[in-house]
Design a protein around this ligand. Structure first.
Ligand code: MG
Length: 388
């Protein structure tokens, strides 16, 4: 049976005698011991983004300073870490640049694992097939960067079907397409033969912007076998990047996430179609997300052990197994549940800066450690691992 030392610090309701006090003697170990441990990264860290290091686009919880502690003075990575978020909407390369600017450290695309990152594994299967993608940001660009050659956003797809959205004229926002050059009235010419080709798969890559339109169009695609208005064909596969019911954004209380959209789509689809909606969702708390994170952290470990700049290459030699992998998150049902399911290597740390705001530990999905902020989490990890 798995033993978990569940305890809480911060403003510090303690569930079990804490380990922090036992760290003090260890922290006085000799310098050579510290250096030896630091050079052999036997641990790695996965940080959730929303509600842990950012709220909206604002760094929280002392995140810039905390992340800087994971680098050497020369700018090379000292501790292998990555961001493990169910969010997304833009390519990992762009997100890495954004995060680098926000935190003042050099973050490479490999350190950004988003909800839709597993979709790249479908690129070969659907490489030359028409697929639609929806969500905030630039869903078609994300899919194109993954290698899908005929990926189109639901925004663009819907624009080629007259009256597919019967209330579009009442919407006060407009969707500017690539073909609309500087507001010139140009006739829309589909990039692909969307009026005849069947959609072979639909992807929800991030929170949809226009739920009503997207539910309508996805129902049209999914119940027609991939061509709105038709009546035959089986349901094309539907892939959803994550299944979070709620997440913490800039608003004081939680916002509805992709899981809420999935429930809405599924409820409608199942009422209007004989067969229940079939779908596959990804993201935390799915254990495979954590296994994938571990694989990436092993690659990052090679850089950190060899004091190299984070420039993708073949790396050096073999990565060694981690003794401990830390998951720092704010959502018990997503981050903590996932880390607990992922195996004994994972140690879960719950912050109070996002979805979770409780005084004590979460009752249903208790974390190994509860702290106020990500800065406290990093401090705990580095002291425990004798890196500082
Ligand atoms: Mg979160």
């Amino acid at each position: 049976m798995r033993f978990r030392s569940t305890w809480v610090c911060g403003s510090y309701a303690r569930v079990k005698p804490p380990l922090l006090s036992s760290l003090a003697p260890q922290a006085s170990h000799s310098y050579s011991h510290l250096r030896s441990n630091a050079q052999c990264s036997s641990f790695g860290i996965a940080f959730d983004i929303d509600g842990v290091v950012l709220r909206g686009r604002v760094p929280i919880g002392g995140s810039p300073q905390a992340l800087k502690r994971l680098y050497r003075d020369c700018g090379t990575l000292k501790v292998p870490f990555l961001f493990l978020t169910n969010g997304g909407g833009i390519p990992e390369s762009k997100r890495a640049l954004e995060l680098s600017e926000l935190f003042g450290v050099h973050i490479v695309p490999a350190q950004v694992v988003q909800g839709h990152s597993p979709f790249k594994n479908f690129a070969k299967r659907f490489e030359n097939e028409l697929v639609v993608a929806t969500g905030k940001g630039d869903p078609a660009l994300v899919m194109t960067e993954y290698g899908f050659k005929k990926a189109i956003s639901v925004d663009e797809y819907a624009s080629y079907f007259d009256h597919i959205d019967p209330v579009s004229q009442y919407k006060r926002w407009t969707t500017k397409l690539a073909s609309e050059d500087n507001d010139k009235q140009t006739e829309l010419v589909p990039r692909f033969n969307v009026l005849a080709d069947r959609v072979k798969a639909a992807f929800v890559i991030s929170d949809p912007v226009d739920w009503g339109r997207d539910i309508q169009v996805l129902c049209d695609i999914l119940r027609s076998g991939g061509l709105p208005g038709q009546r035959n064909g089986g349901q094309p596969p539907l892939y959803i990047a994550a299944d979070d019911l709620e997440y913490q954004a800039a608003f004081p209380c939680e916002r509805l996430g992709m899981g809420a959209f999935r429930i809405a789509l599924q409820s409608v689809f199942n009422r209007i179609h004989d067969n229940a909606l079939e779908y596959t969702s990804f993201g935390k708390p799915n254990p495979f997300v954590f296994r994938n994170a571990e694989m990436i952290l092993k690659q990052l470990q090679l850089y950190s052990d060899h004091h190299e700049k984070l420039i993708p290459s073949n790396g050096h030699g073999e990565a060694h197994s981690f003794k401990t992998l830390y998951m720092v998150g704010d959502n018990p049902a997503v981050d903590i549940k996932g880390a607990r399911k992922a195996g004994d290597t994972w140690f879960s740390i719950l912050t109070r800066t996002g979805v979770f705001k409780g005084k004590d530990n979460h009752s249903e999905y208790p974390a190994d450690l509860v702290v106020d902020t990500v800065a406290e989490a990093v401090d705990y990890i580095l002291k425990k691992e004798l890196v500082c």
